[in-house]
Design a protein around this ligand. Structure first.
Ligand code: ZN
Length: 154
């Protein structure tokens, strides 16, 4: 490997490991179907001020939901506790889900995927309430992107 190429690789590696990527957690406003309490459902993750299809992720469940939960927890945001494993009566299983901060009702992933699709069609993710602006390393963003792209969730 030539010296220039080695230097370029080192710079790339450093950028991946150290340089922060600014990201936003956005939420769907939702009145709980069980207790009626107005909620925010922090199920959208995007690169700050970027709303193209490659920069906005559906964090309704699974790894993306865990990334959002971690970002909110690091920032001491109260909504962090709304993302946890719950039993779904409909699917007869347990999964990492969004839910009500008042009564803990599960907000189903199918419903949230529909919300995501609707906003993708309307191209109005920027109008969703901003829950938190924070950052992750470039590497964490790239890994999140890889998981997202392999999950079939758009
Ligand atoms: Zn509730």
């Amino acid at each position: 490997m030539g010296q220039e190429l080695l230097a370029a690789s080192t710079i790339t590696a450093r950028r991946l490991l150290v340089e922060p990527v600014e990201v936003d957690v956005r939420a769907y406003p939702y009145d709980c179907h069980r207790c009626g309490a107005p909620q925010i459902v922090p199920a959208v993750l995007n690169r700050t001020e970027q709303f193209d299809p490659f920069s906005v992720f559906d964090a309704a469940e699974g790894h993306l939901a865990s990334v959002v939960a971690e970002l909110l927890a690091i920032g001491f945001h109260p909504a962090a506790s709304s993302i946890r494993v719950r039993r779904s009566a409909g699917s007869q299983s347990s999964y990492l889900s969004h839910g009500c901060q008042t009564c803990d009702a599960l907000f189903g992933a199918f419903y949230l995927h529909d919300q995501f699709s609707d906003h993708a069609v309307q191209q109005d993710f920027h109008q969703l309430p901003l829950v938190m602006r924070t950052s992750m390393t470039e590497l964490d963003w790239v890994l999140t992107e890889v998981v997202h792209n392999n999950s079939g969730l758009r």
